[in-house]
Design a protein around this ligand. Structure first.
Ligand code: FES
Length: 120
């Protein structure tokens, strides 16, 4: 059974192969949503982007990004930062051990802009 390590909460939770990351987190009292977003979110439809987690280890143990998730991240008016390591928990299935950071810090410009500025 895969293990999910929630680094902010310092909790390790075992789950079924192919379990939905958001559902596992919620079942175990892990708060994915910051502040009032715990009430105002899309409830797992992949629309709001508020369930994002930063995958620190084990990206290979997660299901590939689907079209809905790719689209949601691509069209965001804001950028998450660490775009390559960010997943939407509601759209992610766990197939192997993974370590995630819930509620990653907000990054208005994302890494692409930061990388451009660094290159200048
Ligand atoms: S709960 Fe809204 S995108 Fe995951």
């Amino acid at each position: 059974m895969p293990k999910i390590s929630f680094s902010r909460e310092k909790k390790v939770i075992e789950c079924e192969m192919g379990a939905n990351l958001r559902q596992v987190a919620m079942k175990n009292g892990i708060q994915l949503y910051p502040g009032m977003k715990k009430y105002f979110n899309c409830h797992g439809l992949g629309q709001c982007g508020e369930c994002r987690v930063h995958v620190l280890k084990g990206m290979d143990g997660l299901s590939p990004r689907g079209i809905k998730e790719k689209f949601r991240i691509a069209v965001s008016w804001f950028k998450f930062g660490h775009e390559q390591e960010v997943r939407l928990a509601c759209q992610t299935l766990v197939n192997g051990d993974v370590e995630v950071l819930t509620q990653p810090e907000f990054n208005w410009f994302g890494e692409r802009v930061a990388a451009k500025k660094a290159a200048e």
